[in-house]
Design a protein around this ligand. Structure first.
Ligand code: CAA
Length: 374
């Protein structure tokens, strides 16, 4: 039911303006508001905090359907649900949930997650933002980079070092709201894809954050980030599956319609085999996504499977989008056909929320330290 409802909404409401938003970079605020009303912005948050209390399987189905129509809208939904809402729901105090989670889960407020820095991407332990306790406040200083929804978010989870001598255990997480003096939105990136989703620098200059906004305990920041990214990576798999399905459907539609050498190009074995391989790869990624989501729902440790799903699905969608574009011939290279946008949007999936190379480190580390998984 959730999948059918979101599919209808996505194709009727979200799809219509995706190409135009790609051109203008206009943030899909209206559609996100409607998605909040439909319960899509805090799907896994319990109803007492204005979420839907849905499971991860329902969430990935919904997210794939949004990604089918607009990957920019999907990444905002993904960050909001997977990293922002889930982190506050899991690690927040009752007061933090009342104050910050409720507006996020109901979609009234957009959230962001600020871990990455100019010199700390794959290796966030070496981040240099600092938070120094001063009475009832922490004073934040530092620069964050590539923050999804950095401009449009009102509530941001920010990590910073509270103990510089203590590697990952010296990192803490804070809930910081827009409007706090010293919290500045910096450069908005000009991107190749996902153009309707803003990606920005966030700058903190002697930004005084109430101590009650510390998420978890001092030193929990890295654990909170890693836990959030486990769920986030299932979300990227879902985005990949949704976008791949869209590129595939466009390719099949085009192959059936396009005639060369006196017949539909779908009659040529070279293309038929591509269609078979594409469908098989999408299904394999979908099953990995379901595996990780169902393990999370059962309360099992799913870090390895989330990384496998993210790795395979994000690389799969880049192959599918490239093949779909190739099947369109010259028409794939112009903006009249959606595959051109889909190809650009897919490119970042192997990069954000941990590159393919990082996923391979996570998977191999977990296999080598836990022989039962072999
Ligand atoms: N869940 C909970 N805890 C975890 C964890 C997980 N998945 N992974 C690691 N930890 C804990 C470990 O247990 C360990 O804690 P203890 O010492 O207490 O046991 C601690 O974290 C350190 O673990 P490692 O030694 O494995 O850490 P590491 O420094 O070697 O790094 C890494 C591990 C996997 C490379 C990690 O740094 C990583 O994932 N890097 C990529 C970062 C990333 O994905 N960035 C994306 C930015 S966010 C983004 O893109 C969002 C967006 O806006 C779209």
């Amino acid at each position: 039911m959730i999948q059918s409802m979101v599919r209808e909404f996505s194709r009727k409401v979200v799809a219509g303006t995706a190409a135009e938003r790609d051109r203008t970079k206009e943030f899909p605020a209206e559609n996100l508001k409607k998605m909040g009303e439909l319960g899509l912005m805090g799907m896994m948050v319990p109803p007492e905090y204005e979420g839907q209390g849905a499971d991860t399987i329902s969430y990935v189905l919904a997210l794939s359907e949004i990604a089918y129509s607009c990957a920019s809208t999907a990444v905002v939904m993904s960050v909001q649900n997977s990293i922002v809402c889930e982190s506050i729901n899991k690690f927040g105090t009752e007061e933090q949930k009342e104050k910050f989670l409720k507006p996020l889960a109901s979609g009234k407020v957009i959230g962001a997650f600020a871990l990455t820095e100019p010199e700390a991407g794959s290796d966030p332990v070496r981040q240099s933002a600092t938070a120094v306790r001063d009475g009832d406040y922490y004073v934040l200083n530092g620069d964050k980079r590539f923050i999804t929804s950095g401009k449009n978010a009102k509530t941001v989870i920010v990590t910073a070092k509270t103990d510089e001598s203590n590697q990952h255990k010296g990192i803490s997480a804070f809930i910081v709201t827009k409007g706090t003096p010293g919290f500045i939105v910096g450069n908005v990136e000009e991107k190749m894809g996902l153009r309707a989703s803003d990606t920005t620098d966030l700058i903190f200059e002697d930004c005084r954050v109430p101590a009650e906004n510390l998420l978890g305990d001092e030193g929990d920041g890295f654990k909170i980030a890693m836990t959030g990214l486990d769920g986030g990576r299932i979300g990227i798999a879902a985005q990949s599956v949704g976008l791949a399905q869209a590129a595939f459907d466009e390719a099949v539609k085009y192959a059936k319609k396009r005639k060369q050498f006196g017949q539909s190009i779908s009659k040529f074995q070279g293309l038929r085999w591509k269609i078979a391989d594409m469908a098989t790869e999408i299904e394999a990624a979908r099953q990995l996504m379901f595996l990780a989501a169902s393990m999370k729902d059962r309360g099992e440790k799913y870090t390895t499977q989330a990384s496998m799903a993210k790795l395979f699905a994000s690389e799969m969608v880049n192959r599918i989008a490239a093949t779909a574009l190739q099947m369109h011939g010259g028409y794939g290279f112009i903006k009249d056909y959606p595959v051109e946008r889909l190809y650009r949007d897919a490119r970042v999936f192997t990069i954000y929320e941990g590159t393919s190379e990082i996923q391979r480190i996570v998977i191999s580390n977990n296999i080598l330290k836990d022989k039962r998984k072999l």
